[in-house]
Design a protein around this ligand. Structure first.
Ligand code: IPE
Ligand code: IPE
Ligand code: MG
Length: 242
């Protein structure tokens, strides 16, 4: 396991199980270089591969990223197509390498609005993922919105348990993230201080870290720094420090 050079002594015990990232700043990264926004998304996809691999090597259980929100359909058809093309490429790679790399891929979000081709690739990755247990999991939120996820979860619960009592636990078990521990740490890059509809239910007690770095420039050292910041936080969950 690599050394966490920026982490204070004893912090290894405070390694988060689950880090989530709002990968923001791809468009600005491209604009700064006089490139089309799609080039920023391509660079961002490379950063995602690098950071996911690093999180696996650190010993995290889950790394979740916000790749495309339910609101991102407002962008131009060219930009949406470019993002969907990159996701297709990543799904194809995962089908080929998921077992070798031991990165179990899970797509979260409303996949019903995606193209038939993407849905078939997601079905193929799900079939491989079912065979892989006990390894690091990368969750990619695609056509994902926290509010949409909650509404779909309530509908799912009501159709599966018409006479059941809706509890916090029951709702958690009906979400796209069922079975995934809540994120301990949520990082947003790109200098904005908001959640933009990401993991609204699951983030109830997540620690939040904001970085001005544009996502394509985000490095493993920036992950180390965010984990070090996380390790300094006192998570009280509404209680008091003893
Ligand atoms: C985040 O980068 C990626 C997606 C939302 C798909 P942006 O594309 O939002 O980049 P900025 O915020 O315009 O720089
Ligand atoms: C959030 O970024 C969505 C993703 C990173 C996929 P946005 O760029 O869409 O968020 P806003 O518009 O700044 O809130
Ligand atoms: Mg943005």
């Amino acid at each position: 396991m690599p050394e966490l050079t920026t982490t204070p002594a004893g912090a290894a015990a405070k390694l988060p199980r689950h880090i989530a990232a709002i990968m923001d700043g791809n468009g600005r990264w491209a604009r700064l270089r006089g490139l089309p926004r799609s080039a920023g998304h391509a660079a961002g996809a490379e950063t995602f591969r690098r950071i996911a691999t690093y999180c696996r090597d650190l010993g995290l259980e889950h790394f979740t990223v916000y790749a495309f929100s339910t609101e991102n359909w407002k962008r131009s058809a060219d930009e949406v197509d470019a993002i969907m093309g990159l996701l297709k490429k990543y799904l194809l790679e995962s089908i080929e390498k998921m077992e070798r790399d031991r990165i179990r891929l899970k797509i979260l979000g409303d996949t019903s609005a995606l193209s038939g081709e993407l849905r078939e690739l997601i079905d193929a990755t799900d079939a491989i993922a079912r065979r892989l247990s006990g390894c690091f999991q990368a969750n990619v939120c695609l056509n994902y919105g926290g509010r949409d996820e909650i509404v779909r979860a309530v509908k799912r619960f009501c159709s599966e348990h018409p006479a059941g009592e809706l509890t916090e636990r029951a709702l958690s078990d009906s979400l796209d993230t069922a079975g995934i521990p809540d994120p301990d740490l949520i990082i947003r890059t790109g200098g904005e201080y908001r959640l933009s509809n990401f993991l609204l239910w699951e983030s109830a007690y997540s620690e939040l870290v904001f970085s001005d770095v544009l996502w394509p420039d985000f490095t493993p050292e920036d992950i180390d720094a965010a984990i070090a910041e996380f390790a300094r936080r006192d998570r009280r969950y509404g209680g008091v420090t003893s």
